[in-house]
Design a protein around this ligand. Structure first.
Ligand code: BG6
Length: 512
């Protein structure tokens, strides 16, 4: 999240590895277009697409233009898009072939000479994760990374998820990357941190005076973080079989949301100051022992069901998924952040595919008011106050409280106040990647994972994955597509006399 001053990013060459994949078409090119429209891209930006597939530059540019019709904002400013796509060059090569990197080096130097890119190179790894380390090694060997000989300009590398498969593989990958680049050059991307409403959690907490004094165990009963998706694995069965909900959503995206909610106030908006505070939260989550894992974690897999009136198949009937797959498409955890602010305040996290609705939200539930006063006025149903930070799809903040029903006798009714994010003005067109790309170009690392954060997150997730791996699930599938997940997830909260907030409402107060 760049500072409040808007500046054009540095001239540079954006090298996209794996450029023929979906990410370039769906996110990166539309994001570059949106940045150009906001005047944030430098005139002397060059884009070097690198991939294994053989393409002529004309074909590749035509493919990008077709994809922009589908994924870009409409109507497209044709003149602006022409200027962007004209900056794209294409290089075919194998990720492990030193000759390809020698050619790349020539192309980059040529770009510096002809387009004024000043030796600033931004490498974006949009490849399968198996080649992340190889690309870093080859860039280093070609003198394109940290570099043994002096070079002008900066070198930065963006690494997409998944960052490792568990603690050991994440550390091994880090070792490879750090052999080629300094930590300050490595940008581990998490697209959740590119969302406006996620960045707003920081502003909401620390730019307002009234929330911080009550943001602790004295006033907060518990926190729920839900990322429910109504989609299934969307043709990504092969990848998902090796991932599952805990790796795919919780270990990265939801842990980041948790860290933003639970972190101590930073003394500045400097990237490392914020990340220092966030990593302390993750480090304060004690990894669970086997028994705790069994009590405090739930996994699920969807069977067939109906979503939005349409029947959908079971996970095991999706393409590239094993007929007896043990992969979880739903996971829920109860975690404790063991520090003075949060001791004894549970954080319940859940993420699932093929759930009843698409809904990502953070619910802060406050302690119940003493009920003596209202015993005769329906106090039994007195709801605790809740603050809901709705991340998507309707971006808003809701406060739930009690009010008096109009009339001569005192009767209570639940009420709510809503702030719709869209009310702040014209929404900025966004794929979620604009801020992230721009931040890498200006060298702001605040919204990116640091090595110690990844490590702390895997330290919590790996023991859970180990126990789940050792005890194959016997009840899969255990929830119907279109529901709110397995019954065991409800029991996880019922045991603590709590319930999940399952948003029922179809109509959002923010709908026009
Ligand atoms: C990705 C996961 O990181 O996040 C996907 O790999 C998931 O499985 C997606 O669907 C969800 O992102 P969003 O922005 O739609 O909530």
């Amino acid at each position: 999240m760049a500072s409040s001053e808007q500046q054009t990013a540095d001239p540079c060459v954006l090298v996209i590895f794996g450029a023929t994949g979906d990410l370039t078409k769906r996110k990166l090119m539309p994001a570059l277009y949106n940045l150009a429209r906001s005047g944030l891209l430098p005139d002397n930006l060059a884009i070097l697409a690198f991939a294994r597939r053989v393409h002529t530059i004309e074909n590749f540019r035509r493919d990008l233009t077709d994809a922009m019709q589908q994924f870009g904002p409409q109507p497209l400013d044709a003149g602006l898009w022409e200027r962007i796509v004209a900056r794209v060059t294409y290089l075919t090569g194998d990720y492990a072939d030193p000759a390809a990197y020698a050619t790349m080096r020539q192309v980059l130097e040529q770009s510096d000479a002809e387009r004024g890119t000043r030796g600033n190179y931004l490498y974006y790894l949009a490849t399968p994760p198996e080649v992340f380390a190889e690309v870093a090694r080859q860039l280093s060997a070609a003198g394109l990374a940290r570099g043994s000989q002096p070079f002008q300009g900066w070198r930065r590398i963006v690494v997409e998820k998944p960052f490792g498969h568990d603690l050991a593989s994440a550390r091994a990958l880090d070792g490879e990357l750090q052999a080629a680049f300094d930590e300050s050059q490595i940008f581990r991307i998490d697209h959740y941190l590119g969302k406006e409403t996620v960045q707003n959690v920081l502003v909401f907490r620390f730019a307002n005076g009234i929330f911080e004094p009550i943001w602790n165990r004295r006033y907060i009963d518990h926190v729920q973080i839900t990322a429910a998706e109504s989609v299934g694995v969307e043709g990504r069965g092969g990848y998902y079989e090796s991932a599952g909900a805990l790796r795919d959503m919780i270990q990265n995206h939801l842990f980041q949301l948790l860290a933003l909610v639970a972190m101590e106030p930073p003394i500045s908006f400097d990237g490392d100051v914020i990340r220092d505070q966030k990593v302390r939260v993750l480090q304060a989550i004690k990894p669970m022992d086997d028994e705790e894992i069994i009590r405090r974690s739930v996994r699920g897999q969807y069977g067939p069901g109906v979503i939005g009136g349409t029947p959908v198949p079971a996970y095991r009937d999706e393409p590239s998924v094993g007929r007896d797959s043990p992969t979880e498409t739903f996971a829920a955890l109860k975690l404790n952040v063991e520090n003075w602010r949060w001791a004894d305040v549970p954080f319940y996290l859940r993420a699932g595919k093929r759930m009843a609705r698409r809904e990502t939200e953070i619910v802060i539930q406050f302690r119940r008011a003493p009920v003596l006063l209202f015993r005769s006025a329906g106090a039994a149903s007195l709801q605790p106050n809740r603050l809901i930070l709705r991340i998507q799809p309707d971006e808003r903040i809701e406060v739930q409280f009690q009010a008096k029903r109009p009339g001569a006798i005192v009767r209570l009714a639940p009420a709510q106040m809503n702030f719709c994010y869209g009310d702040l003005g014209e929404s900025v067109l966004s794929t979620g990647y604009e801020t992230l790309l721009y931040d890498v170009m200006i060298g702001d690392s605040m919204l990116f994972h640091r090595a110690d954060m990844v490590d702390a997150a895997w330290r919590v997730a790996t023991p859970i994955l180990d126990v789940w791996g050792a005890l194959p699930p016997r009840d899969f599938p255990n929830y119907s597509a279109g529901s709110w997940g397995p019954a065991a997830a409800d029991r996880l909260l019922e045991r603590d006399r709590r319930v999940w907030q399952n948003p029922e409402q179809e109509q959002s107060p923010c709908d026009p």
